[in-house]
Design a protein around this ligand. Structure first.
Ligand SMILES: Cc1ncc(COP(=O)(O)O)c(C=O)c1O
Length: 429
């Protein structure tokens, strides 16, 4: 264990007595729900690999994290290779590395590499899923209350375009999906169930394993789609336990990959029963004048044209997360977020919005005195990055008011958090 980590842990427990006490929402943080790191976090290495920490306090990892330099270097090296030998030729040269990278991503989520498609974003993956799953007028789709706007928007369009029925699951007492209530809801025939693992506008964590069990038990066999955008690279994910048909994730957030990358994990039932629509020449073959041959793996969901450099960067980010250890990352992110919550909870004029017994690295607060945009601009001038969550990211839960999001990663140390807290304290009366 590094000295820095030891010190920051000691300081954390001394300085933040309310860490495990009830917060302003009256809910207790369940520390036992977080996995203990199987090995200690090497924060010195994390910071050495993240050059910007020398001049920046980046607490917008739920927006886009700072990639480790190994990721950036991998992207640049491939762009240089393309410059030197040509794009198609460079792609051929890295074909083996690409397939190893697919395995690395699969291992990160407990899946098989045959089930992994490399996408341009999580939303690109969602759109492919929505155009693939056969939907008919009257089909019912259930979504978690904390769903992301980018998921809800096309579903709302489908209610208008083709008459599907979209229902929001009632929240359990802590704001997460109540699996028993879901089981009751699933007595009514349902075509698809969507659950966001860790939403971007609230620090709650949905129990996607319990949601999966309830969905699997449903008589009508709905397709189960999990949004792991904010959890990939932050929390342990095991698709074999979640038992979903599709898991979608972004590369640029907690995984720390380059922008313009995403992952789609396709489960065995979807691979057996669904094609992938529309197919591109990577995912299918035009054979014998009028035949379509479909790739047997999740590659059927991919497009031919993409940034190979960004894809290699995504894979380098997966390798990096393995090296640091996802359990160690999860523990450090959770501790950083609870440290912020415990201190913000004590400041006048601030209200914590996070719900859930288990909480992610996403801390969402509102100042009753100052609009979040003003706070973000002010801290940006001090080289501290926070983010405004617009009310439109989930108006059911945020109403018509934006909120302030602070999303630490494992590379953030206590000095980073204290710097942000000191600046935020200026907005208290
Ligand atoms: C919870 C959640 N789902 C989905 C998305 C969309 O991901 P992408 O921008 O990679 O399409 C985001 C992006 O912020 C998100 O936070």
């Amino acid at each position: 264990m590094s000295n820095e980590f030891t010190l920051s842990c000691v300081a954390l427990f001394i300085m933040s007595p309310p860490l495990f006490a009830a917060d302003q929402s009256g809910q207790r943080f369940d520390s036992t729900a977080f996995p203990q790191p199987p090995r200690s976090l090497d924060r010195h290495r994390l910071r050495a690999d993240t050059p910007a920490v020398g001049h920046l306090v980046h607490l917008n990892n739920a927006g886009a994290s700072l990639p480790p330099q190994q990721v950036t270097e991998r992207v640049i090296a491939h762009l240089r290779l393309e410059e030197q030998i040509g794009g198609y030729e460079a792609a051929e040269r890295v074909a083996e590395e690409w397939e190893n990278g697919r395995k690395s991503l699969a291992q990160l989520i407990g899946g098989q590499s045959e089930g992994i498609a490399i996408m341009e974003s999580s939303t690109a993956a969602l759109h492919k899923v929505l155009s693939t799953v056969p939907l008919h007028s009257g089909d019912r789709i259930l979504v978690a209350g904390a769903e992301y706007a980018g998921t809800v928007l096309p579903l709302l369009q489908l209610t208008r375009r083709m008459g599907v029925q979209l229902d929001f699951l009632p929240d359990g007492p802590d704001g997460t999906v109540d699996a028993d209530e879901l089981s009751r809801q699933l007595r009514t025939p349902t075509r698809m169930v969507f659950a966001v693992h860790a939403p971007s506008h609230n620090g709650l964590i949905n129990d996607v394993i319990a949601i999966g069990a309830a969905t699997r038990a449903a008589q009508h066999q709905p397709w189960y789609v999990v949004d792991a955008c904010q959890s990939l690279g932050q929390l342990p994910i095991d698709v074999s336990q979640i038992d979903c048909d599709f898991l979608l994730a972004s590369g640029r957030k907690y995984l720390r990959g380059p922008r313009g990358t995403g992952v789609l994990c396709v489960g065995p039932r979807a691979l057996a029963e669904l094609d992938a629509f529309p197919l591109d020449v990577r995912g299918g073959t035009w054979a014998r004048a009028r035949d379509v041959e479909i790739d047997p793996t999740a590659v059927r969901f991919e497009n031919y044209e993409r940034s190979v450099a960004a894809g290699l960067g995504l894979m380098a980010a997966a390798d990096y997360a393995h090296q640091i250890g996802i359990g160690a990352i999860a523990g450090a992110v959770a501790r950083n977020a609870e440290y912020l919550r415990s201190h913000l909870g004590g400041l006048a004029d601030w209200r914590l919005l996070d719900r859930g017994k288990r909480r992610s690295g996403i801390v969402v607060v509102r100042s009753t005195a100052t609009p979040p945009g003003e706070i973000v601009s002010s801290l940006r001038r001090e080289r501290v990055n926070l983010h405004v969550v617009p009310a439109t990211s989930n108006p059911r839960e945020l109403g018509d008011q934006p909120a302030l999001r602070i999303s630490p990663h494992a590379f953030n140390n206590q000095a980073d958090l204290d710097r942000a807290l000191d600046l935020l304290a200026n907005f208290s009366s």
